[in-house]
Design a binder for this molecule. Sequence first.
Ligand code: COA
Ligand code: ZN
Length: 313
Amino acid sequence: MRIALPDITIQEVAPRDGLQIEQEWVETSDKIRLINSLSAIGFSRIEVSSFVSPTVVPSLRDATEVFAGIARRPGTIYTALIPNRRGAELALTARADELNFVMSASEAHNRANMNMTHARSLASLAEIAKSAHEAGALVNATVATAFGCPFEGGQPLEKVLEIVRRYLNLGADGITLADTTGMANPKQVSQLVSETLKLIPADKLTLHFHNTRGLGLVNAMAAYDVGARRFDAALGGLGGCPFAPGATGNVCTEDFVNLCDEIGLTTGLELQRLIELSRWLPKLVGHEVSGQIAKAGRPLDLHPLPERLQSSA
Ligand code: COA
Ligand code: ZN
């Protein structure tokens, strides 16, 4: 029996992108609880954590314990972000289903974020892909700052496409274009996504938008309109790169699912369950989160009339 795929696949990244920037320590058991709840809601892809320097990103230093503690739902792909060979080794030992290799389009951001040149990052990818494939894992390769860099500004389209080609030649199974600090606009998104879809099919391309300047969902729809079908999003709109000034959250998962529901696109995710889980986040991270639907409720969660009108009815 063939199971119908949803119109849009959302990879949930709150456990990784969402928690990497949090200042307060989130207990390992709470991270595991979050991921298990996301699995129970039915996400087909969850980014669990990062295998990066614990000095650089201390909030995710328990990646190995988190991977060991989660209940794996059959059919869900559990991904780990990695910057280098060491990260790949650790992620494979932790039995990540997919490694998400990251390099920035801009040299400046790659130096700030990864302390590496493009040449050094790319030199590791072929080996990472080989060891991942031998272990039966997939490799996704992300172009961070693909739509603009907070240090260098705009990134030429051809430069980003050349990195995508390099990634594919070096063995990447999938590609993510990431708008690390929310610099993208819908026109630019249409162009870059259209060109990238000439290099890879839609089921291998993920768009990763941040809502830093309020354009996250508009950009996601622009990408959808030209054929993109896979998106990263974070519950509650958590997230942000610790090495990008002014970074803020990802596109909010439940806001995105609400948009899809309203315009008749399937995601396979139940909005009310996402809202309930999202309402736990302020307690988890110790502050309000930016997502809007969890505060406003679903559009048809109607309210009683004011009392004075009820009595005159
Ligand atoms: N996971 C855990 N530890 C790692 C590691 C990894 N992936 N890569 C390197 N290390 C350790 C090394 O073993 C070494 O440890 P030691 O001092 O105990 O010997 C130390 O980190 C320094 O290693 P080095 O290779 O010199 O790394 P670096 O200091 O130049 O940092 C990165 C390079 C890539 C490890 C670091 O910049 C990083 O983790 N960046 C990720 C940033 C991030 O996650 N950003 C947000 C997501 S896009
Ligand atoms: Zn991000």
